[in-house]
Ligand binder design. Structure first.
Ligand code: NAP
Ligand code: GDD
Length: 337
């Protein structure tokens, strides 16, 4: 049997883990790209490292030669680009690096596909951050982009250059426009992981306090395991295209905190407002406070996705509820003690 070959840029990240697991189950040979790091970058994917259908290569999206050489030697059927400097807040501190990876890196992959083999299918990991400041109460593939960060701006370039290469060179190049998706394997400095990890530790006497930024932005949160299935389906269509992937439900950061507290049976009472807002536990101890340092120079206040195109064409919808996602994240955190 001839197995399909996929390259995953960003294999060491949250989605890289879930997509690798998914494609290995589908009998793919998966070639993951990791970059050089002073610490072990393959913690999430350690369970795949000894599997014969999983190969790992050194590469970096800022190194065009590495991208070209890997694609030329692997001869993949599909390329999934999940690699990015993916933290919106950090993109204000490292805007040029963010643009080099998230925008120019994508162009480098597309150029390699154009020159090596135009039959390779390409997936680009686009984001709801591209909508940015929007008046639309629910965002679809037709909603205008108005990014509010170097991260979002670079992703708009990546989205549009992917469309350009699709139209100009007839390459099967598709964009996902994924809303926030989380899991136990989420990076530590994203808000859901930070909240779940901190509150679980506070409940068990292993941490004193959780300090957050803006409590009132709204996000549409799904589970990464559901979302990589959509990513796969996007590349299995007859025609390339762009797809919003979301749950259609949203809540504030504060509501996420309250849900998590309820699940771990931690009683919270909120007091104050603005930068002086805080929450106390049953004994009156302050366990949550707000600090300006976690605010961004610009905020995206409201994201809620309309995934009806994905439902109609991909036959995809989010299956895992937010409560079940939080429960899974809490259980994972408890096992880390
Ligand atoms: P993540 O956990 O931060 O993973 C990002 C991956 O990109 C990591 O493997 C990282 O490697 C790699 N990477 C960073 N810079 C690189 C470079 N210069 N060269 C090669 N690889 C590099 O992000 P994620 O949550 O899995 O998200 C996957 C993709 O979807 C990202 O492009 C993100 O922007 C996008 N996205 C995510 C969400 C979400 O809610 N999770 C929503 C919409 C879109 P290291 O492990 O070495 O850092
Ligand atoms: N990270 C973080 N840390 N965010 C905080 C904090 C905090 O202490 N306190 C409040 N927030 C707010 C942020 O200001 C933002 O409004 C919201 O929580 C979510 O922040 P993140 O979890 O960092 O995610 P994000 O929405 O900015 O970006 C994620 O989702 C995008 C899709 O919409 C990332 O995964 C991006 O890569 C992805 O494209």
């Amino acid at each position: 049997m001839i197995r399909k070959k996929a390259i995953i840029f960003g294999v060491t990240g949250q989605d890289g883990y879930y997509l690798t697991k998914f494609l290995l189950k589908k009998n793919y040979v998966v070639h993951g790209i990791k970059r050089r790091s002073s610490s072990v970058p393959t913690n999430r994917i350690s369970s795949f490292l000894n599997q014969k259908n999983f190969k790992i290569h050194y590469g970096d999206l800022t190194d065009t030669s590495s991208i070209y050489n890997i694609i030329k030697s692997v001869k993949p059927d599909e390329i999934y680009n999940l690699a990015a400097q993916s933290h919106v807040g950090v993109s204000f501190y490292t805007p040029i690096f963010t643009a080099n990876v998230n925008a120019i890196g994508v162009l480098s992959i597309l150029e390699a596909i154009r020159t090596i083999n135009k039959q390779i299918k390409f997936y680009q990991a686009g984001t709801s951050e591209m909508f940015g400041k929007t008046n639309s109460r629910i965002q679809s593939e037709k909603t205008i982009f108005n990014p509010q960060s170097p991260y979002g701006s670079a992703k708009v370039f990546a989205h549009q250059i992917t469309q350009n290469y699709r139209d100009a060179y007839n390459i099967f190049a598709s964009n996902g426009i994924l809303f926030n998706h989380e899991s136990p394997f989420r990076g530590d400095n994203f808000v859901t992981k930070k909240i779940v990890s901190s509150l679980t530790k506070i409940k068990n006497g292993k941490q004193k306090k959780l300090v957050l930024g803006n409590l009132y932005s709204r996000r549409d949160w799904g589970h990464a395991a559901d979302y990589v299935e959509a990513i796969y389906k996007i590349l299995q269509q007859k025609k390339p295209g762009d797809f919003v992937i979301a749950t259609g439900r949203e809540c504030t950061i504060k509501e996420f905190v309250n849900k998590t507290a309820k699940i771990i049976n931690l009683k919270l009472k909120w007091k104050g407002s603005g930068l002086n807002e805080f929450a106390i536990d049953q004994s009156g101890r302050t366990i949550i406070s707000v600090d300006k340092k976690y605010f961004r120079p610009l905020e995206v206040d409201y994201l809620r996705g309309d995934a009806s195109k994905a439902k109609r064409i991909l036959k995809w919808k989010a299956k895992i509820s937010l409560d079940d996602l939080i429960k899974e994240m809490v259980n994972y955190e408890k096992k880390q003690f």
